[in-house]
Write a protein that binds this ligand. Structure first.
Ligand code: F6R
Length: 359
């Protein structure tokens, strides 16, 4: 049931702190050690290369996963659109391992790639929210997101669950492979910070409604920009906003805008800038200047340790690699309110279905 909510999307955004706590409980022991099935960790630790396949929001979660697996497990990782890989199979390393990210476990595009993997005897894992789903049954291994049913067409809590679960798997792999970054990673503590931070953000949701009403609702188009892991979140923020509000939105690597797309910036064009990476924060600030001087209405979403007094949305501090768990929440809320305040059916955007079972 909607439990008093007007739309499932907001209910599911609000459930994210609980999902983080549940994943921490289900996959980390009291000392914070991963309890991932050792068969899965063993199988993946033999791989020389990970290939993540997914679609849409799950693909965006995979882009964050690449950073997690490379940093914490030291395994080179490639992320691909399932719809492309099915017919233009990427060149393989000697010992590949495939990870399928799929909330529903039924996405036809992903099933095509899994069939290829089976044919080529490439071992595979499905991370899904639906026990017994097709991709779960057909892959060698399954890890469940345990996020509870996601009813709104726009995915929210499954995205953050996919990121948290990949972080858990990356830590388990890295510990097995003796990677220092994994051993030092206080994941249980960081997931607790994520849950608290998410709660703080959803408790302050009126702020996102105000920003959305002032800058997004009146606009035809919008941009998200960010560097590094924030680029991955920029793509997801843009998808969320466009799919539920019909405001045409693109996500960009912050510096790429000036290589062409900056010509679309007009007076009042909303540009939402994400800043969590200390290494590139000043550079992204420079890119903000570029668009602001051309009239853009810039909205900044910045982690506290990098924030200054003019920033719009300040996020609690968290490990950089888990920052998407917080950054995405204001983006989800901006999308939600833009849709709701335009009077749209937030949970059922036109032309979309919850699971896409055709290629
Ligand atoms: C967007 C959204 C879609 C799905 C995509 C893949 O909010 O939900 O982009 O992420 O259709 O679906 P799954 O994860 O079920 O394979």
């Amino acid at each position: 049931s909607k439990g008093g909510y007007e739309f499932y999307m907001l209910k599911e955004i609000d459930e994210q702190p609980a999902v983080m706590r549940r994943l921490s409980q289900d996959y980390l022991d009291e000392d914070g050690e991963p309890t991932v099935d050792p068969k899965i960790v063993n199988a993946i630790s033999k791989a020389d290369h990970l290939y993540i396949f997914a679609a849409g929001t799950s693909y965006h979660a995979g882009l964050v996963g690449k950073a997690l697996f490379e940093n914490f497990a030291n395994i080179p990782t490639e992320v691909g659109y399932a719809s492309e890989a099915g017919y233009h199979f990427p060149m393989m390393s000697k010992h590949p391992f495939f990870i399928f990210l799929t909330q529903s476990g039924e996405t036809a595009d992903s099933r095509v790639v899994l069939q290829q993997a089976i044919k080529r005897h490439i071992p595979s894992l499905t991370m899904t929210n639906v026990e017994g789903s097709t991709l779960s049954r057909e892959a060698d291994y399954t890890m469940l997101l345990n996020a509870g049913p996601e009813i709104a067409v726009a995915s929210t809590k499954a995205y953050t669950a996919q990121i948290a679960l990949q972080a858990i798997l990356a830590k388990a792999l890295g510990e097995k492979l003796n990677v220092k970054a994994a051993k030092d990673f206080q994941l249980k503590h960081e997931l607790a910070i994520a849950a608290e931070g998410m709660q703080q953000i959803v408790d302050g949701k009126e702020k996102m409604e105000k920003i959305s009403k002032k800058y997004l609702v009146p606009s035809r188009n919008a941009f998200y920009i960010g560097r590094g892991i924030d680029h991955a979140v920029a793509l997801e923020g843009a998808l969320k906003l466009k799919e539920v509000s019909y405001i045409q939105t693109e996500g960009f690597a912050a510096a790429e805008l000036k290589h062409g797309t900056i010509s679309l910036i007009e007076k009042g064009t909303p540009v939402i800038a994400l800043i969590n990476d200390p290494v590139t924060a000043d550079l992204t600030r420079g890119n903000i200047e570029e668009v602001a001087s051309r009239g853009a209405s810039v909205i900044t979403i910045v982690s506290k340790k990098l924030a200054n007094k003019n920033d719009d949305i300040v996020l609690p501090n968290i490990d950089y690699y888990l920052s998407p768990l917080l950054t995405v929440v204001p983006a989800q809320l901006l999308a939600y309110y833009a849709s709701k305040d335009k009077g749209l059916d937030v949970d059922k955007p036109r032309n979309l279905a919850k699971s896409v079972t055709v290629e």
